[in-house]
Design a binder for this molecule. Structure first.
Ligand code: SF4
Length: 279
């Protein structure tokens, strides 16, 4: 279910892009792996139910030895499990990524397909992973919805949904395709830094004026309820005015002291965000 009022997506994306352009912010895993469809595909499978730091470490170890489908398809699963051990469910994922590489080799000559339908037919690939490959691997407009995008879209008040799948469908109906490509990386980064699952930093948020939750908290009112659920579901923060910061809050200007280590492969700057239609 969506609200009827138009939403200023361009202003929101511009403000987030400006905020995260510089500074020692946490960065989305995929922001450093853009434009390599195979690594986006396998890295996103590894990232399921796993912290970004663990995904980064495991994928760097994996791709250092098996950088393409041809080599990964022939790798011993026991070796794969050892390499990707930092991620959750590493034994299952070691079998999944190998089967995925075998399918790529058998059906596409080792290339990653470019259509949603072909991608979701691969082992271990669901809607989010398929959409990530389209956006980050190929620059094709799509809306990958993970927990960050689902939570923030509900907090903004642009959707009222219970599941990421509902959120994706609602966003596809309401967001102009010009904004689909930058939407995920910016909202994910916002979810990692300010609009966190618990204690969002509404007081420091540059899009608070565009956000139903931010506006409500600034007025000392409880945030709007997500659809069909009590406050707190879909990540809606409970009603604490922005003027009352919670304990152990991190100021956005303070450098992180525990920034995730990046492998040499991931230290390169990511490709600039591309808006739909720019390639
Ligand atoms: S105002 Fe608060 S809830 Fe809204 S996007 Fe910003 S941090 Fe998230």
């Amino acid at each position: 279910m969506t609200t009827d009022r138009p939403f200023p997506w361009e202003a929101l994306l511009d403000r987030l892009s400006e905020l995260y352009r510089a500074g020692d912010w946490r960065r989305p895993y995929l922001g450093d792996h853009a434009e390599d469809p195979f690594q986006v595909l396998i890295g996103t499978i590894l990232s399921q139910r796993t912290r970004d730091e663990a995904t980064d470490l495991a994928s760097a170890r994996l791709f250092a030895r098996y950088p393409d489908a041809r080599r990964l398809a022939r790798a011993p699963t026991r070796t794969l499990a050892t390499l990707i051990r930092p991620v959750g469910f590493y034994r299952t994922k070691s079998r999944t990524v190998r089967r995925c590489a075998e399918e790529l080799l058998a059906r596409y000559g080792g290339e990653v397909p470019r259509t949603y339908e072909a991608l979701v037919a691969l082992p271990g690939v669901g809607p989010k992973t398929a959409n990530c490959v389209l956006v980050f691997g190929y620059g094709i407009p799509a809306i990958p919805v993970d927990t960050h995008v689902h939570r923030i879209a509900n907090r903004l008040g642009v959707v009222r949904t219970e599941t990421p799948e509902e959120t994706e469908a609602a966003l596809r109906r309401t967001v102009d395709p010009r904004y689909w490509i930058p939407l995920n990386p910016l909202l994910v980064q916002h979810g990692q830094n300010l609009c966190r699952p618990r204690r969002p930093r509404c007081d420091a948020c540059p899009i608070a004026g565009l956000c139903a939750t931010g506006r409500a908290l600034r007025r000392g009112r409880p945030p709007p309820r997500p659809a069909d659920g009590p406050p707190g579901r879909s990540g809606a923060p409970r009603g604490r005015p922005a003027s009352r910061p919670g304990p152990r809050r991190q100021t956005p200007s303070r450098p992180r002291t525990s920034a995730p280590r990046r492998s040499p492969r991931t230290r390169r700057r990511p490709a600039p965000l591309r808006r739909a239609g720019s390639r």
